[in-house]
Unconditional design. Structure first.
Lengths: 301, 366, 363
């Protein structure tokens, strides 16, 4: 019926490429109409570059690892130390730069765990419905009812304070939001005729949930995950501030604020610059999240 | 002819989209005489809903770049929002397409009707008015509402008056919608496919009812539909709309006797009929509104299109005394005054092949 | 066409009462044989969810369809036509009755055997915007049934998708597009390509064109006709549009509240409808030509609307709206009467016992 196979495949590959390029172009043109989300993208891009090249950018990389030099303690911002030094003589700029790594790591690890648990449970609950749904959603409600900080306290009380336990503790409460989000999405996606269509084609539940439903929920998941990046960083900093997260001498923004807290009146720069870094990251992710929401909404129509 | 109730002149409506400016309505002219039912027929996306919503002023995001909407001689587009608001309901009202979603489900039919009677046309309701209203007797208004429900052939108006919309069937809700639209006895009624969401037997009843009521109240109606069969039964004057333009206009009977524009003919051919098979349909799809063709907007789908059609816009021309078509297959004086100078330069590619080949037209007479 | 289309008055031919409408069309080797099919939806009440009643959405329906033919199912909303279509395909499981597709009893299958059987019976859905997954490319959508039934290698499947696109008259360039960039008619053609991708024998078309414009509808119908001829497909065409059904079907069944009220060869039913409901439906169609007006029976307006299926009238379900209703209608539901060799109708007016009383002018 058709032309020779090889010719056709090369041709269709080209078609696929053209279509993809076209779609990326359209998505970009929509995104670029919002100045704020472009600013957000620039901010996040900057964060990633800083995180990746931290050892190169930081003027005193050894300070981030905790090199102490009391002779330089508590110096005000200067050309040599643009953000000043802390009470132990470490360059704050270098520590803020390395803190970016911790913050992003925190966000990625927590959200990866939370999304994989939450999305799977949400998909199953929404698709199966009935008793399965009731059981999963009640468990979710129970986890939701516990404040994340309290849960973290419990986890850390059972173990010991560390960055990794803090991440597990946050993820343990964070997945509930994804379970709820996805369950709701599934309930509405399920109403579409294409679900019934694939059932009539003979598709099983695995195909329907992961191949048909999940791709339609990727939009909301992406938007929420982007917005959540900022909040996870915020909560992680909060735990570190309480001494429940990263421990000295790790260059963690929350921890740096905690150590600078006692000296805010005298050495304001110790707590201020890490604080600004947190605000910068949260704002960046929020702007991108909002921008993505607009783009993805339009795509789905 | 001299003093029509509604006259739309050279209306252009544009929307801003991601892909640029969409010229959704491209120079429309309409006349609705007093007591007359005028139909706009077109397929989805042709701009018929946008046209009527623009007349009512229900599209705040639309950019009306050009044109006039004269209602009783007054240009609606120049009125303030408050003044336009005051005219809605009292002067002109609309029956929506979907009776399931056009009534608020949390209020009873009666509450919604009383609200219309009390507040319609008031731009804002002051506290004193509102308080005074609480002490006013509703008996008289209630009587008016129930009387109106009776007029739309609802057999138990008192019961329906107390009902919530969910308790009513689709046909009953459509009757209620008609009753609400006619409550303040508007002179001008816009009906947006009021039968489409209903079953055929119910639709037939609704159309008949609308016909009777309109006659009784001497209301002028602008009726929009995608169904030529429905338009034939209900209207006096018919406008066929394609891609934001009116391509043919004539008294309904005349148009069915001698459909002229290739789009109208294609549409008629496509309708499945009892007496013969389904026609070929019209290949292709609506043009992109953000990048419309320079010449005739139908040219790409037209079986008779020549190169001239893609270059020169075919303005409406009077092919017979009361019949106008926007197509180069026909000769005639410009139908609209504003095209007086333009048409003389138009190419003529006729006569239409269906007239040349055979005397018998495919779509029969009587 | 030799005799006049409609007489001015109702004239019902006396007929034999038959127990089972299937007797009329006892085809030798039908592709589809539906016997006494029912679908009841339970109504629960109270906190303990006790079943108090059932909605008989489809009630004891029987018919056969010969291979390569089209059976038209007509009815208004709430008539049960969609539920009937879905029960035949076992998208919903019927409550009673049997469905045989090409000799296989579909109602008794389960698990792997049912999945295998699904290859032979496909569906085209009403709303093409909702029946195609917006997150998949056209190629992925058309490929899905082949993947599910594990047919062919990736390359063969891609080749097949190209063939299918050609069959439904869509350009190859559409393979990597998403449904949102297609028009309604194009989307529906993708839906059709998906349905015929695995060479089914039976296709249920659930109002395949009611979401489309008429100018587009014609082309979709043409494609369906081509495919039917080419692959000897058997169709069940569900629609509320009588003019359309007239043009696409070989036989039709008119459904009212889950029951056939009239069934027979399409030409005889349309030329001289026997049941008052069929007549009412025909007379309500808006027409564009005068020839069509002749087709319509004398004006017959129905009172009210189709009743809530939960509150079905006793006796004949149609009697609450029937202009011809008389005493026996309230007592017991009429049987199917065979009015001639090609059709039957469920109305007491065909019973010889009521020939004198029936057909009175009013009420």
């Amino acid at each position: 019926m058709s032309t020779d196979t090889t010719g056709a495949t090369i041709d269709t590959d080209q078609l696929a490429k053209d279509e993809r390029r076209e779609r990326i172009k359209r998505a970009w043109s929509r995104l670029s109409q919002s100045t704020l989300s472009l600013v957000g993208f620039a901010m996040i891009g900057l964060l990633f570059i800083i995180a990746i090249f931290a050892p190169v950018i930081a003027p005193y990389p050894e300070d981030a690892a905790g090199a102490i030099d009391f002779s330089r303690a508590s110096q005000a911002p200067s050309l040599e130390h643009p953000m000043g030094t802390d009470t132990e003589g470490r360059d704050i700029l270098s520590r803020v730069i390395f803190g970016t790594r911790i913050a992003l790591l925190m966000g990625f690890v927590v959200l990866s765990i939370a999304i994989s648990i939450g999305v799977t449970l949400g998909l199953i609950a929404g698709y199966m419905g009935g008793k399965t749904n009731a059981v999963i959603m009640r468990i979710t409600d129970i986890f939701l009812a516990i404040p994340p900080t309290l849960l973290a306290l419990a986890v850390i009380a059972a173990t010991r304070p560390s960055l990794w336990y803090a991440m597990i503790a946050i993820a343990a409460s964070w997945w509930t939001w994804y379970a709820r989000l996805i369950q709701g999405e599934v309930l509405s996606i399920k109403e579409n005729e294409f679900i019934e269509a694939s059932r009539s084609l003979g598709a099983g539940w695995f195909h329907i949930t992961f191949r048909e439903i999940l791709p339609n929920a990727i939009g909301p998941i992406t938007v929420k995950a982007t917005l959540d990046m900022g909040f996870v960083i915020l909560v992680g900093a909060g735990l570190a501030f309480l001494g429940l997260g990263a421990q000295e001498p790790t260059a963690d923004w929350g921890l740096m604020i905690a150590t600078g807290r006692a000296h805010v009146r005298t050495y304001w720069w110790i707590a201020t610059f890490p604080g600004l870094a947190i605000s910068f990251a949260v704002l960046g992710f929020n702007l991108v999240g909002d921008g993505l929401r607009d783009v993805l909404d339009v795509e789905v129509e | 002819m001299s003093n029509p109730l509604l006259e739309v002149k050279d209306l252009h409506v544009e929307f801003d989209t991601y892909d640029g400016t969409a010229q959704v309505i491209n120079g429309i002219d309409l006349i609705v005489e007093r007591g007359e039912t005028v139909a706009i027929v077109g397929e989805s996306g042709c701009g018929k809903s946008v046209t009527v919503k623009t007349i009512l002023g229900l599209l705040p995001e639309a950019d009306i770049s050009q044109g006039e909407i004269l209602y009783k001689g007054e240009n609606l587009l120049e009125l303030s929002d408050a003044k336009r608001h005051a005219r809605r309901g009292k002067e002109m009202s609309m029956i929506m397409q979907n009776p399931m979603s056009a009534i608020n489900p949390v209020f009873t039919v009666g509450e919604q009707m009383l609200d219309v009677l009390k507040w319609q046309g008031q731009h804002r309701v002051g506290i004193t008015d509102w308080v005074r209203d609480k002490f006013r007797s509703e008996a008289e208004l209630r009587e008016r509402a129930i009387d109106m429900l009776e007029q739309v052939d609802i057999s138990a108006p008192e019961r329906v008056f107390e009902s919530y919309p969910v308790e009513l069937s689709g046909g009953m809700r459509q009757r209620v919608l008609i009753a609400i639209a006619l409550l303040l006895e508007p002179d001008f009624l816009i009906a947006d496919e009021p039968g489409t969401a209903l079953d055929v037997t119910t639709e037939a009843n609704i159309l008949e009812l609308l016909d009777d009521i309109v006659e009784e109240h001497d209301t002028s109606v602008l009726y929009i539909t995608h169904d030529l069969g429905v338009a034939r039964e209900i209207s006096d004057q018919l406008n066929v709309m394609y891609a934001g333009e009116i391509v043919e206009t004539a008294p309904t009977e005349t148009l069915f006797e001698d459909p002229q524009h290739p789009y109208t003919r294609g549409l008629l051919e496509s309708i499945p009929q009892l007496s013969r098979g389904i026609g070929a349909g019209i290949p292709g799809k609506l043009p992109d509104y953000t990048d419309p063709p320079t010449g005739c907007r139908f040219a790409d789908r037209c079986p008779h299109a020549e190169t001239e059609c893609r270059e020169v816009v075919p303005h409406l021309r009077r092919t017979e005394p009361e019949h106008a078509a926007a197509c180069h297959l026909f000769e005639g004086d410009p139908h609209l005054d504003r095209h007086q100078d333009a048409v003389t330069e138009f190419p003529y590619i006729g006569p239409p092949p269906w007239q040349a080949d055979t005397d018998e037209t495919e779509v029969d007479v009587r | 066409m030799s005799q006049p289309l409609h007489t001015d008055r109702f004239e019902y031919a006396p007929g034999d009462q038959i127990q089972d409408e299937i007797a009329v069309f006892d085809d030798k080797d039908p592709l589809l044989r539906v016997e006494n099919l029912s679908k009841h939806f339970p109504i629960y009440e109270g906190i303990i969810k006790r079943q108090v009643a059932a909605v008989r959405a489809v009630d004891d329906v029987s018919f056969t369809v010969p291979r390569g033919q089209t059976f038209g199912l007509v009815g208004e909303s709430g008539s049960g036509k969609t539920t009937l279509g879905r029960s035949i395909l076992r998208i919903t499981d019927p409550t009673h009755g049997t469905v045989e597709v090409d000799g296989t009893d579909v109602t008794s299958l389960s698990g792997g055997a049912l999945k295998k059987q699904r290859k032979d019976m496909q569906m085209v859905f009403q709303d093409p915007s909702s029946s195609l997954n917006p997150r998949k490319t056209i190629k992925q959508i058309i490929e899905t049934p082949m993947k599910i039934h594990d047919i062919g290698s990736a390359g063969e499947r891609a080749q097949r998708v190209e063939e299918l696109l050609e069959m439904v008259d869509l350009p190859r360039e559409f393979m990597y597009k998403y449904p949102s960039s297609l028009s309604g008619g194009q989307k529906q053609r993708v839906g059709i390509a998906r349905a015929v991708a695995v060479n089914p024998k039976l296709v249920v078309l659930d109002e395949p064109t009611s979401a489309l414009d008429v100018s587009v509808q014609a082309r979709v119908i043409e494609i369906l006709n081509d495919l039917q001829k080419r692959f000897d497909l058997t169709y069940i065409f569900i629609s509320h549009d009588l003019s359309l059904i007239k043009n696409v079907s070989d036989r039709i069944g008119v459904l009212y509240l889950g029951r056939f009220v009239e069934t027979g060869d399409v030409d005889s039913v349309f030329q001289d409808p026997q049941h008052p409901y069929t007549r009412a439906l025909l007379s309500a169609i808006p027409t564009v030509t005068d020839e069509d007006r002749q087709y319509k029976p004398p004006e017959l307006t129905l009172e009210g609307e189709i009743p809530d299926p939960r509150e079905k009238p006793t006796g004949c379900a149609f009697r609450s709206r029937c202009p011809e209703a008389f005493e026996p209608c309230a007592e017991e539901e009429p049987a199917m009467y065979q009015t001639d060799s090609t059709r039957c109708s469920r109305c007491y007016l065909h019973d010889e016992a009521y020939q004198d009383t029936g057909g009175s002018d009013d009420q």
